[in-house]
Design a protein around this ligand. Structure first.
Ligand SMILES: [Zn+2]
Length: 216
């Protein structure tokens, strides 16, 4: 799948009216609350960044984003305009209402020290990975390893061949690209702004991202 047929869906929301506006530095974790009906935007500030993201129901963290339910419900392995993100209990968590980038991956998961050694060599074992970022972020909310589930990789380019083979390819997003969602319940959002320097997904150069929330 390529972006050649993608039509961007723009948002007319003004960053000046956002109730939250935060920069997430390169390689850092983040967590924040998005209430039901609020709108959540992630901006790929410099392009080609991989934004590993999880959503949990604020009321009950055992209800959380489910890649499997989301892919099954929409019949495509990518997140894009109109995609509904489902929980492990089959409830809608959020819907994508604007997107300037195209396809976002929800199959390839988060990088870990272990997976990095398999892909890039044993010398990478001690490098920081998204699993650690997720652990740091969820631990602030009383959660641990068992609560980290398969995530969305916003802006990450993961072509899937007809035979099911998937690859993590060079990023295709441009600086300023964004994806915007409306929350269907109160959510805890957890992000790892991927620290991977060995992976073409973020052009071997992790960069900051920006998160905004609007009241509606
Ligand atoms: Zn990562």
């Amino acid at each position: 799948m390529t972006n050649s047929t993608f039509t961007p869906v723009l948002s007319n929301r003004d960053s000046a009216t956002a109730i939250q506006d935060e920069m997430i530095q390169a390689e850092h974790p983040w967590s924040g609350i998005v209430r039901k009906g609020q709108v959540f935007r992630i901006i790929d500030s410099e392009g080609c960044q991989a934004v590993d993201t999880l959503f949990y129901s604020l009321a009950d963290h055992t209800e959380r984003y489910s890649a499997q339910d989301t892919v099954l419900a929409q019949g495509t392995p990518y997140i894009g305009p109109g995609s509904v993100l489902y929980s492990n209990r089959g409830n809608p968590l959020a819907t994508v209402i604007a997107d300037t980038s195209g396809s976002h991956d929800t199959s390839a998961g988060a990088c870990s020290c272990e997976s990095n050694t398999v892909r890039f060599g044993h010398q990478t074992k001690y490098m920081h990975a998204c699993r650690e970022n997720f652990l740091i972020a969820v631990s602030r909310h009383g959660m641990g390893k068992r609560d980290i589930v398969p995530n969305i990789n916003f802006f990450m380019n993961v072509p899937i061949d007809p035979d099911g083979t998937l690859a993590i390819a060079d990023g295709v997003s441009s600086g300023g690209d964004y994806v915007e969602m409306v929350a269907h319940q109160d959510l805890l959002c957890v992000i790892s702004n991927c620290p991977q320097v060995n992976n073409p997904c973020n052009a071997f150069d992790p960069t900051p991202i920006r998160v905004l929330v609007w009241a509606d």
